[in-house]
Ligand binder design. Sequence first.
Ligand code: MN
Length: 243
Amino acid sequence: MPTDPKHAIGPNLNRREFLGASMGAALLVTLGGVLSCSGRKGTVPTLSALPYGESDLAPVISAKTIQFHYGKHHKGYVEKLNKLTSGTAFADLPLADIIAATAGQSDQQAVFNNAAQVWNHDFYWRSLRPKGGGTPPSALKQRLEASFGSIEKCKEALAAAANGQFGSGWAWLVQDGDRLKVLRTANADLPLTQGLRPLLNIDVWEHAYYLDYQNRRADHVQAVLDKLINWEFAEKNLLTQAT
Ligand code: MN
């Protein structure tokens, strides 16, 4: 699989490969490429370093929330994954292959959940940045306006997905061929298994906001969209020649 250094989450995500392969070999290859930057490198499962200091997202997300969210929850998924895969056929597989091999397998739900949550959180921390929000860079801005009508409409769609997710889950901006879309997933689920290329995500598990906002998820989501969302990261993930 060739790599493309222009794109932060790896080489081309070929939608036909995804849709045609189900959970087959092509999906494994494709997921492997997309997920190659994850915290689990080859057979060495790790907790990825935060791309900023734990106080740098305050006041929207406090240092205390980061300490628990990154230092307890995210770290916990890494540790649980290692415990579950130790001594099994998954122990020597990269994270990407574990996700692809366990997606939709009811007898591997715990392994999938922890592997996917490691990936989702690696992606989430990079979907935010200090002094984020604002106007997206031009290539992404054009795509967003073509797909949603305006940046504001895209933000409204992301907020609606985040706030409309019943219980735990994620809101996502994804690329589907030439179009950008917003979708939500429950619990650990992620768009990769639907053949969609993630551009950014927002964590709406209660642990992401409860210490700072209690039950006010909508206030948290709006503040994230206005002040932290990392449009530059999303643009890096954009395929300019979608297949
Ligand atoms: Mn989380």
